[in-house]
Design a protein around this ligand. Structure first.
Ligand code: FAD
Length: 433
């Protein structure tokens, strides 16, 4: 084993934790600094009036290979902590349902599409053509455009556009199809629908987000000789790689782009990256938790709502009774900017309640409590040709991690984790064994 390095990781979200775990596992000395009181960043547990919730309902998919690998590294069992379900998009209110059967690719997709309910044969044939077109060019578009442009160009219309492509775009890129990058959307399709059958599975957390990775990751880092300081905001990175009086061999800056920008702007070497990040815009995500009497259950863990039409707002609703064992607690997810964000909490929850009743075709008791969490800068807006910085910066020894640095992907847990691993491996070069 070669000589080991001292590495400071700034930011204890999933990217920073992934970097720290990867470094600690390779025997490097890690010092992790997190501004908040707890680890996890944009994917963390919160407490609200005695209810254990998350800052936002998160969905993983089988293609999140590095996340699953790192969960195993720190001793978090994906089989126990995630509920694996075949991809199912079920919109009871619209009569649309697509479920991928447990068959090898591409039969799962072809049969799933052909058996989909609530769309025409013509829509299905065009959808299969669209996928074959993308596959034939290895999901590489000639030029980036918007997802709307891509769908128009490939005659994706009707229910499959409305209940498959557009919701997938909003869920994965957290950007509306009119604004979203077609190339990043194609990359997502490549790794999900275009991957193996297991890649297409939905993995829904069966526990709070802290238990999924941050808690065990922090234990792993400490057990491997690292240190973690929460409630410690780093205000400045010295060009000699000194932070708070200590000098490190490497620094990995694993904070969200708007925070990275401020730290990078003060150095000549990194000013251009700061300028690039200054051009980013952001999208919100809302999660409306509603506590119903415990006997209220959804017919399946995740249902689609027909938002966007006739003033309706709902997108997805999850049954946390089925998922995390809190009967009666439903979480409504509202991705990307939209009308939902203009409604005050009680009015928003009342609308979502009414839309769910309509979708299920039955009256529900009123929620006993609600809590709406609006993450204003949940993710960067994933626009066409958005410039993304490399992990290595021109300031010697300073590396970047964070969902925004993973150029192939939108902002997700997987891109955060991959970015952390890439920064750790890049920063410590051949010293990772
Ligand atoms: C509501 C919501 C729902 C989402 N849903 C999904 C989903 O379903 N599936 C999915 O895959 N992804 C989802 N995402 C996206 C995913 O959560 C993020 O992409 C991911 O968590 C980003 O991780 P990160 O480590 O790159 O950044 P962050 O989580 O932002 O971590 C950066 C950390 O750095 C800290 N920090 C900032 N400045 C400093 C400083 N100066 N000094 C020290 N520390 C600092 C911050 O406090 C933070 O903890 C969702 C995000 C949100 C907000």
């Amino acid at each position: 084993m070669g000589p080991k390095l001292s590495v400071a990781v700034i930011g204890g979200g999933w990217a920073g934790l992934a970097a720290a775990v990867e470094l600690a596992a390779a025997g490097h000395k890690v010092s992790l600094f997190e501004a908040g009181k707890q680890l996890g960043g944009r994917a963390r547990r919160i407490e609200s009036n005695g209810h254990a919730l998350d800052n936002g309902q998160h969905i993983l998919i089988g293609a999140y290979r590095e996340t699953l690998r790192l969960m195993r590294t720190v001793g978090a069992s994906p089989d126990r902590l995630l509920k694996r379900l075949p991809l199912e998009l079920n919109y009871p209110g619209a009569g649309f349902r697509l479920r991928l059967p447990r068959l090898p690719t591409p039969f799962n997709l072809a049969l799933g599409l052909m058996a989909a309910k609530g769309c025409t044969l013509n829509d299905k044939i065009w959808a299969i053509r669209f996928l074959r077109y993308l596959q034939a060019r290895d999901y590489q578009l000639l030029a980036d455009s918007t997802v709307t442009g891509l769908l128009d160009a490939h005659r994706q219309r009707g229910s499959l556009r409305r209940y498959l492509w557009e919701p997938l775009c909003v869920a994965a890129l957290n950007t509306t199809p009119q604004d979203a990058s077609a190339q990043i959307f194609a990359n997502v399709l490549r790794d999900s629908l275009g991957g193996s059958r297991a890649d297409t599975d939905l993995l829904l957390p069966a526990t709070d987000l802290d238990q999924l990775f941050p808690c065990l990751a922090s234990e792993f880092i400490l057990a491997h000789g690292g240190s973690i300081q929460c409630s410690t905001r780093i205000e400045r990175i010295d060009p000699q790689l000194t932070i708070r009086g200590n000098t490190y061999d490497r620094i990995i800056l694993a904070v969200a782009p708007q925070h990275a920008m401020r730290l990078l702007a003060s150095h000549e070497e990194t000013a251009a990256i700061a300028k690039m990040l200054d051009s980013y815009t952001y999208e919100p995500i809302g999660t409306a938790y509603a506590g119903y009497p415990p006997d209220v259950r959804l017919p399946c863990p995740m249902l689609g709502l027909d938002g966007g039409m006739n003033g309706k707002l709902g997108q997805w609703v999850f049954d946390r009774g089925i998922l995390v064992g809190t009967p009666g607690v439903l979480s409504f997810v509202l991705s990307a900017h939209g009308l939902w964000d203009e409604r005050a909490d009680p009015a928003l929850v009342a609308s979502l309640h009414g839309e769910l009743e309509e979708a299920l075709g039955k009256t529900l008791p009123q929620p006993l409590w609600h809590r709406v969490i609006r993450e204003r800068r949940a993710t960067f807006s994933c626009r066409p040709d958005l410039p993304r910085p490399a992990a290595q910066t021109p300031l010697g020894g300073l590396w970047l991690a964070g969902d925004y640095t993973c150029a192939d992907y939108p902002a997700t847990l997987e891109s955060a984790v991959r970015s952390g691993i890439a920064a750790a491996r890049g920063a410590c070069g051949g010293l990772m064994s």
